[in-house]
Design a binder for this molecule. Sequence first.
Ligand code: 2AM
Ligand code: CA
Length: 266
Amino acid sequence: MSIDLNKAGELVIATAREAGSYIRKEQRSFSSKQISVKGLHDFVTHVDKASEEFIYSKLKDLIPDAGFLGEEQTSEIEGKDYKWIVDPLDGTTNFIHGLHPYSVSIGLMKENEMVLGVVYEVGADETFYAWGSSPAYCNGKQIRVSTIAKVKDSLIATGFPYSNFTRIDAFNKSMEYFMRNSHGVRRLGSAATDLVYVARGNFEAFYEYNLSPWDVAAATFILQQAGGKICDFSGGNDYIFGKEIIAANEAVMKEFYSIVHKIMTT
Ligand code: 2AM
Ligand code: CA
């Protein structure tokens, strides 16, 4: 079965933006009393849940038989050829603290390959998207990764460990390396946003361990369509479900990968 990706893409953009408007409105009256704790430093709010329920209600009839994997487990459907991978609010800790960025992330996988990605960053009202073999766009304008080819000239994004500290020593070493040998390291708090900022050329590269599929699926597709390269810490393709991701513009990937691989896997 094949679907019209242009039609699906327009609907997914509208859905992500509508979910984002709801999140923006809720943030204005949000109180820290409304937080629930899922795990160590892993927070969820009624806003995450309502956003996912809204997204599910919009997507469920678009592709009959599609699976659905959402962070808040609104509905666990295995599905046939297609699967939606959804983070209704990526950057919940930022949201709780009234800080940007935070994003709505909706990806579509067909037979284990991503075919569509939409990331809506609420604070700047920016929609990043790509589908099929199209280029990547932000708010209607084509985006492309940067051409900076050396780590020493790069701005690097990452996520600090917050609940899984098994690789903290290696991670700290990698941070020290990039502090000494690049333009600097940034931790924005939303992996989907980090990845689309690599796609637009704000960052040259991004790496993190212990992310979930919904944090990265949509944005990795957008990044690839913008000319980026992505792999796991060993150079393989298991970066959506494998909890390790290295992403970079094409020119700097080889050097960036060799550093992260060496420090994080030895
Ligand atoms: P989430 O907001 O959807 O949970 C960045 O490190 C990634 O980790 C984010 O995409 C974020 O996704 C997730 N994360 C979960 N808990 C976090 C925390 N306490 N601090 C930072 N990131 C967290
Ligand atoms: Ca989330």
